[in-house]
Design a binder for this molecule. Sequence first.
Ligand code: NDP
Ligand code: MG
Length: 387
Amino acid sequence: MAENCKQIAVLGSTGSIGTSALEVIAASGGRLQAIALSAHSQFDRLLKQAQEFQPRWVVVTDPQAAEAFDWSALPVDTELLTGSEALCEVAIRDEVDLVLAAIVGRAGLESTWAAIENKKPVALANKETMVMAGPLVTKLAEERDTVLLPVDSEHSAIFQALQSGKSNEVARLVLTASGGPFRDYSTEQLKNVTIAEALDHPVWEMGPKITIDSATMMNKALEIVEARWMFGINAERIEVAIHPQSVVHSMVEYVDGSVVAQLSPPDMRLPIQVAFDYPHRFMGIASRMDWQHGFSLDFWPPSESQLPALELGHQCASAGGTSGAVLNAANEAAVGAFLAGELHFTEIVPACRSILEMHSFDANPTLSQLIKLDRWAREEVTRWVCA
Ligand code: NDP
Ligand code: MG
């Protein structure tokens, strides 16, 4: 094992971000190492990853499914741990230098929390944790004197652009959005969107949940809330620009009118590497800009049909309290129902809005209150589906 290498616990290693993260680690020449990996259902993939990366621990979150699988080909020095609590156990081990939170949805909350509580730097892909409990998460990170390094490409861009000025010199954050596969659809056309069409993103290859979120624009709504808490910027100073090429990943506008942007081809390996290596930079494997061929970049404001989702993001970012947890849970459950064929595409955002309006708001909730509300909002979506 190389000395001074960074030992990374890759939680959610079998997913889209997890796989890209392992590519970054593999190409780092030993500078970065995967000390822990985790899977929920893709055991074959986890086994192959373990054979390649020889981690100290692999975690399988579903103990029963893990028992039925043949783990005999696991490397001899790799320990198999099962159950979702094991994610927290590995996240806090002394040998872990950094935790990549790349589990999708609310399932990523406890391990991210445990890592921060134990002063681990966290590379945060799991935006849902920030949406659900942003004020508590950032407060905990401050108390424990540890850093949250954004992996979401927009937030990584803002994080990098913020290094050009002081926080009191920031006028606005501009989050770019590809607009998803339906950016030119009329409201009428949106009514007939199929699951396969919604899963076919024009620019990014991602896991199913975030792909649907991109199609509904709820991904951008969640990112508004994520930016609100990650950067401590008021909701009214966070804007969204549609940028179909996804080359400008987001921008910071300073009080003097300067706009600082971060550009790179759409490739998540770059923001992952930026988070892993912060505060340094190294050569990496992410795709590069090609300046030898002409290209143009377009920007336009969100369309009428994109506004309702974005409004929910702004509403939750300015209200804070319990609203993010309710929005996140309602959205996760609604996306699940859409993917199960139980809800129309155009019902996802209205379901979220209705459940958000229904809930009894609390400005200063505890984490356990948020977890209870998460369950409540999911049940409400089930009720909405059955109604
Ligand atoms: P994927 O669906 O591709 O991967 C999700 C990972 O989480 C997999 O390892 C999966 O395991 C694991 N997982 C799923 N459910 C559970 C559970 N209940 N308990 C524990 N582990 C679970 O998602 P992505 O990689 O696309 O996204 C991961 C996170 O990163 C999300 O929060 C997303 O919003 C964020 N993100 C993703 C981007 C992308 O380009 N993909 C961009 C920006 C942010 P298994 O596969 O074995 O079932
Ligand atoms: Mg993003």
